[in-house]
Every structure is written in C-alpha cells, then in structure tokens.
Design a protein around this ligand. Structure first.
Ligand SMILES: NC(=O)c1ccc[n+]([C@@H]2O[C@H](COP(=O)([O-])OP(=O)(O)OC[C@H]3O[C@@H](n4cnc5c(N)ncnc54)[C@H](OP(=O)(O)O)[C@@H]3O)[C@@H](O)[C@H]2O)c1
Length: 252
C-alpha cells in the first residue's frame, strides 16, 4: 500500500473529487480525516469509505471553521502527512453581475481557507508532508459563454500560492503541488449547468464533446491517481507543480 502509515486531511472529502481522493487514500492505507459542512453527507461518505476514516463538520469559509479544524488536528496524537485543500465553490456569473457577496464567498473558501488552513496546520505537518491544492483549468483556459472571471481569479490565486509556498516551505521538507482538473461530473458541475436554458445546455454538451480529445468529461476518480502519487513517497522530489488532469482539454 502506497500510503501505509500516513495520515491525511481532505477538505470537501464528503462529495465529488474530494470523496474520490479520500477513498483512494483510504484504499492505499492512509488514515483519512474528511471535512465538510453537512454531517449527513459526511456520515454517508464515512460509511462508503470504511474503517480508517474520521469526519469533522466545519464551514471552512469562516475563521471559526478553520480554527475548529486546526484545533482538532492539534489534539490528534500524530501529525499530518497529507493535506488536500479541495473544498471550493464556483460562481460562473457574468463579470458585470458579480456581487460583492459572491466575491467574498468565493475568496473565503477558494483562497482564504486554503491560505489560513495551511498556515494553521503548519505546526502539525510532519517532516516530508505533502500539501495538494485543487485548482482548475479555469485558471488559464476559459469556455465560450461560461463567464468565469471570479472563479478563474480565485483558482489563479491558488496556483500562485502553490508555487510560492513550494519555495517557502521546501526548506522545511514540505512539498506543495496543485492539481488542475478539467470539467468533472460532480454536484458542483451539475449546479453550474442545471440552471442553463435547454439550448445553452445542448450547446455546452456539443462544445465539450468536440473539445475533449478523449471524448468525455472527467469522473471524480480520474483525479485519484495523481493525488495518491503526489501524497506518496514516490513524489519526494515533486514540488511547485500544477498538474493538469483534464482529458487533454487544455492541450488545444
Ligand atoms: N467539478 C469540476 O468540474 C471541477 C473542475 C475543476 C476544479 N474543480 C475543483 O475541485 C474541487 C472540488 O469540486 P467538486 O466538483 O468535487 O465539488 P462538490 O462536488 O460540490 O463537493 C464539494 C465538497 O466541498 C465541501 N464544501 C463545500 N463548501 C464547504 C465549506 N464552506 N466548508 C467546508 N466544506 C465545504 C462539500 O460538502 P458540504 O457541502 O457538506 O460542505 C463537498 O464535500 C473544488 O475546489 C473545485 O473548484 C472542480
């Protein structure tokens, strides 16, 4: 098992990409703590994942939520070997209509939580720990008629933080990388598509079919392999990377 004896925290580990990553970590022998807000989703995920999984309900878009997670980890007997900053929110709304509230919510979870949770957990990261931030292709590549200024800005910030932290934390033996997925079929993706009029939905599907060289969007477990690699001792000289996992979409 590639993550035997390691201890991992996955934010947003109760659904979508985070759940698939938590599941793969657990399969590879890690003890996994998953964090989300909804306790029913957390319980369902824990049942799905089995024995070596612990859950914690916290809203990471708040300072109190970040403190609660850091406090929990501090009280654990062992330090963390793996931190996955995965929880995120996507408002795909036209630039001219973005409200200050949407801006604040987006940054609170996608940027502030990644920054300050990692900072708060720093004293509890083991030597050789791996931090994995979940970014998005939207940091660099857009989709016609999918207004992404706010989301793209937040994920661009995640990429910059990943690279700068790799430099700052490297001397402590901590590796920091990001995974930039293409479109993945999750609740988040469905939320950003469901409200579209039928015509726009059909146009988006046709665009996706044309644009993904491998002919499909991703499934959450398409991201699991790279996450296990980055978390494992196979990646001890891998830091500061933004790993594109997108079925070839951004190659075009
Ligand atoms: N799906 C895609 O197409 C796609 C593409 C590129 C990048 N990404 C990125 O991948 C990451 C995961 O996305 P996903 O599609 O898997 O999302 P998802 O299916 O909506 O799952 C989000 C997870 O985060 C948790 N969460 C949401 N808000 C939270 C908060 N304030 N505090 C704590 N936990 C919170 C959710 O649980 P609760 O709701 O119970 O809190 C859930 O476990 C995000 O960073 C996203 O930006 C997604």
């Amino acid at each position: 098992m590639r993550l035997h004896d390691k201890r991992a925290l996955v934010t947003g580990g109760s659904d979508g990409i985070g759940l698939a990553i938590a599941e793969s970590f657990s399969r590879e022998g890690a003890d996994v703590l998953i964090v989300g807000r909804d306790t029913r989703k957390l319980d369902a995920a824990a049942r799905q994942l089995g024995g070596n999984v612990e859950t914690l309900s916290a809203d990471l878009a708040t300072g109190a939520g970040i403190e609660a997670v850091a406090g929990h980890v501090k009280n654990c007997a062992r330090p963390l070997d793996i931190l996955v900053n995965n929880a995120g929110v996507a408002f795909l709304v036209p630039f001219e209509t973005v409200s200050e509230e949407q801006f604040q919510q987006s940054f609170a979870l996608n940027v502030t939580a990644v920054f300050f949770l990692t900072q708060a957990l720093l004293p509890h990261l083991a030597a050789g720990a791996s931090v994995i931030n979940i970014s998005s292709y939207f940091a660099n590549k857009m989709i016609p008629k999918r207004p992404s200024s706010l989301y793209s800005l937040s994920k661009g910030a995640v990429n910059s933080l990943t690279k700068s932290l790799a430099f700052e934390l490297g001397p402590r033996g901590i590796r920091v990388n990001a995974i930039a997925p293409g479109t993945v079929d999750t609740a988040m993706r469905r939320r950003t598509v469901d409200y579209l009029p039928a015509e726009a939905k059909a146009a988006l599907s046709a665009y996706v079919e044309r644009s993904y060289p491998l002919g499909r969007i991703g499934r959450p477990d398409d991201l699991a392999g790279i996450a296990v690699y980055l978390a494992s001792d196979e990646a001890t000289w891998t830091s500061g990377g933004i790993f594109t996992i997108d079925g070839g979409y951004t190659a075009g």
